[in-house]
Write a protein that binds this ligand. Structure first.
Ligand SMILES: NC(=O)c1ccc[n+]([C@@H]2O[C@H](COP(=O)([O-])OP(=O)(O)OC[C@H]3O[C@@H](n4cnc5c(N)ncnc54)[C@H](OP(=O)(O)O)[C@@H]3O)[C@@H](O)[C@H]2O)c1
Length: 453
């Protein structure tokens, strides 16, 4: 690009990937659509294979003819190509994963050039490593870096905030357990790269612990009224929402904890780079209404058999993922070891279109804050909320990523100048929830009840 030529609003890196192509399809809906706050003026796509990118553009534009988007060459193993991308745009949407392998050089290039970065990573070790490695420099350079702007971890982040906001004083929330349920009339299938990211996550679990231990300062923990929840049963039957459930070792709980930790450090949230007084008031009012809670995530199924199948996949990945021979087996035979949940060539269009998700948030707390401080206090109040939406990986994730991008571009002054942050702390006080509702991801209150211990 010539000097002084206006930069692209955004570049989608990895647009030729399984998720990238759906992200491009979603982003094209907002290209020059004449609504001032919901429009991209210019989009470019980038990756290592121009032919594949051109074919992707044709696929993503259907049934319309493809618009003439610039196709840029960039490879994550070639830092100058990434720096060149960053010099041409305000924002990179990174869809190249596993992020553990490919993400670091992209974040480094964005931070160095001062452009903004969002991605669809669901890998806690990568996210926390980026915060440790690049936060200070991102603040200095005015580059805003937000990982996890897909199904991992926005429904969890906004869903927890939504539940928390239903607890009106003097009531207080103590714990929120989220239950994810994936539904479909056809098979539920994910693409190989997500499975690979999960396998690599297990293989490198000790690196995340090392990283956390190596931080010079422990992150502050929020003050949560009442006792810490006990561990509970491995397989739970949640009768109220009709699900059997087991713990889901996804990124969600750790991302939410980081958001609550940042909020503990900065109870009024993160000031925008050039906020209006109205926005300052709105942001401070928002965060003062949020009450932190203990948070966990479980995966649910309507049948015990469904939950045993998920447990079996977890056992395979857990046992085999820690040795290189086991990993080779897992990665060579994804359909076998995931019992059909992941495939090398991903789901068909029909499988994507017929799938949906429900994420229930069962919040328990106290009718009155004073009760929470009593010895042996047991929650006496329950508020259940729910986030629902279309298929998680290739419909909801693109919707979320694209809405985060639209907010970043249209409301930049209201967001922190730079730094590496979680989606909740950056987008919580914005209109992201309303935007998601307008685009098919809803937030609902299901019930508010008194409970007996
Ligand atoms: N947050 C969520 O809920 C969510 C949802 C879906 C996916 N994901 C994550 O997104 C990531 C991608 O998943 P996917 O299924 O879309 O994977 P994929 O189909 O394998 O796509 C990977 C993309 O990365 C590109 N790429 C690979 N190596 C590259 C390199 N060295 N330089 C530049 N580009 C490179 C590929 O380019 P080529 O086309 O040239 O091979 C392709 O465009 C995974 O980590 C997955 O876990 C997260």
């Amino acid at each position: 690009m010539e000097p002084n030529v206006t930069k692209f609003d955004l570049i989608i890196l990895g647009a030729s990937g399984f998720t990238g192509k759906y992200v491009l399809k979603e982003a094209l809906k907002f290209l020059n659509n004449n609504q001032s706050f919901s429009s991209f003026n210019s989009i470019a796509i980038a990756g290592r294979n121009p032919t594949k990118l051109a074919q992707t553009l044709i696929w993503a534009s259907k049934p319309n003819p493809p618009p003439s988007l610039p196709i840029l060459l960039a490879d994550t193993t070639n830092p100058p190509s990434l720096r060149s991308l960053c010099s041409q745009t305000n924002l990179i949407l990174n869809c190249v994963g596993p992020f553990r392998h490919h993400g670091d050089p992209v974040v480094a290039a964005c931070v160095d050039s001062g452009c903004d970065y969002i991605d669809i990573s669901g890998e806690p070790e990568f996210m926390e490593r980026m915060e440790v490695s690049y936060h200070d420099r991102a603040v200095e350079r005015g580059s805003l870096v937000v990982s996890g702007c897909g199904f991992d971890s926005v429904p969890a982040e906004l869903g927890l905030l939504y539940n928390s906001l239903q607890w009106v004083g003097p009531s207080v929330v103590n714990r929120v357990e989220a239950y994810v349920s994936l539904e479909s009339e056809k098979r539920i299938v994910g693409n190989f790269a997500t499975y690979e990211s999960a396998v690599l996550g297990v293989a490198n679990a000790s690196k995340l612990q090392q990283l956390r231990r190596s931080r010079p300062k422990r992150r502050p923990r929020p003050m949560i009224p009442g006792p810490s929840p006990t561990k509970g049963e491995t397989i739970e039957h949640q009768k109220k929402i009709g699900l059997w459930a087991v713990m889901l070792p996804s990124a969600d709980a750790s991302v939410v904890r980081r958001t609550l930790s940042t909020l503990t450090e900065k109870p009024k949230g993160l000031p925008g780079s050039n906020e209006s007084p109205e926005m300052v008031e709105k942001r401070e009012a928002f965060w003062s209404s949020v009450k932190p809670a203990h948070f966990g995530v479980k995966i649910g199924s309507k049948s015990l058999l469904g939950i045993l199948r998920i447990t079996m996949i977890g056992i395979f990945i857990g046992l085999l993922g820690s040795t290189s021979f086991g990993r080779r087996l897992l990665l060579n035979f994804p359909s076998f070891f995931s019992l059909g949940l992941f495939r090398k060539n991903g789901p068909s269009n029909e499988e994507v279109e017929s799938a949906s998700f429900k994420m229930w948030f069962v919040g328990q707390g106290f009718n009155n804050e004073n009760l929470a401080s009593q010895v042996n206090a047991k929650p006496d109040m329950e508020i259940i909320t729910r986030v629902t939406g279309p298929e998680v990986g290739y419909v909801s994730t693109p919707i979320i990523l694209v809405q985060c991008a639209l907010i970043l571009l249209s409301q930049r002054n209201n967001l922190p100048k730079g730094g590496v942050y979680t989606p909740g702390i950056v987008f919580g006080p914005t209109d992201l929830q309303q935007r998601l509702q307008q685009n098919g991801i809803s937030f609902d209150i299901i019930s508010k009840n008194t409970i007996s211990s």
